[in-house]
Design a protein. Sequence first.
Length: 594
Amino acid sequence: MTPDEVNYALLCLGVGMATVLGLIIVLRANAFIAMLVAAMVVSLMADGSVQDKFSRVASAFGGMAGGVGIVIALAAIIGKCMLDSGAADRVVRWMMSICGEERAPAALMGSGFILAVPVFFDTVFYLLVPLARSLFRRTKKNYLLYVMAIATGGAITHTLVPPTPGPLVVADQLGVDKGTMILIGACVALPGAIAGLLFSMLMNRWMPLPMRPISAEPEPEELPDRQLPSLFVSLLPVLLPVLLISTNTVLTTIADGQRAAQLKAEEIDWPAFRAQVRTESQADADSLGKRMVATINESEFQQERRAEIADLLLRDAPLSTDDQQALVEGLNQFVLTHKPLAVDLPGALPPAVVKKVNGDNTRMKPVDAERMNRQVLESIYGDDLVQPHVWNTDARVAANWSAAFGDANFALLLSAIVAMATLAASRNLSLKELAQSVEVALMSGGVIILITCAGGAFGAMLGVANVGPAIREMFSVGDGGGSAIMILLLGFSIASLLKIAQGSSTVAMITGAAMLGGLATPETLGCNPVYLATAIGSGSLMGSWMNDSGFWVFAKMSGLTEVEALKSWTLLLLVLGGVSFLATLILATLMPLV
């Protein structure tokens, strides 16, 4: 990007932020209207045809709704049914009998900390916030502490501990062992979570807030123990989706670990394959071979190894067995994980797949990129040059089945059915009365969906305005060395700015890792690259505000105003990110793992 393009993108960011804050804080506008207006203002300022200026806002809104709309609606049903049936009360009373009232916030934080490892933060918060509301009804105090404790545990592991997508992809991009990422990520997250809990206690004293209704109906009255559902039935709406989603996560991780789409030396006719690539690379026309060579040479990261792989691919001399193995490892590393490689070449993939891949592939996992590019190689070069691979292994078949039942929408639907049945049975409701109760829940959930999706559309328009690339340009890095602390600070800063600019922690992490991949070596860092991954993860917690869907989920599900959420949620994540980064620096110094 040119300096003028960078400056204009940052201007779009500034105007968007000023629009949101001005409408909500100064003019007291509804958050949905404010986010929608800001999204349209930024879209008008961004490049693109006139007829697309507003339609792309609607498309981004719809995309966000497709991702979170069903989950939020079902979570609203689950929460209301658990409260009305007494299931949330039963869980809280059981928890307090074990932990006591004083340790209840720590129990909520620990629950969020553990559950957010296999489950997305939004889902964890939806499932646990009814417990916070029920706990307040019992204790009559500390409501803000309870909801912030849940947010503390859920938010920090979401960005630091695989197999959640952000830290998982960052580990892949930086070449970090998954087990090491889980261990060090948890070690970094733990002091951050403790600091977050202490900060939540302070905020609860400085800003004591009442529990407000999130729907027009009053909160249900507290019931005697004999009228409450059993503990198992009460826990089922929470445990069922966690079990289904966690099982899917484990099975998918096992299947992904097989890397079934990677090339093997014996699967390639090396003389014919290399001759074809040489011919294509020397021709003027665009081709798969030309793109493969360009992909290998496109980065200065591991320049000597890239040059060696390109030489092995293009030289005329026959390859030894060791050379074949070195070449296939290089192709797997530098070519198969490229997103996308050559999907738009004629005959590579079906048009529908090409259109999907050429969209936003930032979140594509390396294993999916490998599968896509392996299919491209097989489609263009045929079975004679590259043998077909077997993708549907036994582990993958099991993962595919678990993906159906472990889908968050399906898992929460089952949970909602259980919660509705529990409410109907415990309160002897007719079908009409049950339907009315569900309707009230959906009305409150609809407001949350609208605001969350408008925030997502605003973040998407900042992406259209090239705010992310502008920040990358500001922090462009090469292979130059530097002290470990300075490089870790750079990763933290880049992720922080990307988070503030576009709202998504996952995108901030993946983009930051892609920018700093050239520095992710023990020789350059002076420590294990896992610490660069946790520095980036810590930075992606910083600066959560109104373009982050998590901000709106916390605010609206907790019944907080926008200003209250800025004072609590936003400051909490600053504490989480700052302490986690400090823990990263300490561990990198005391235990570099090199």
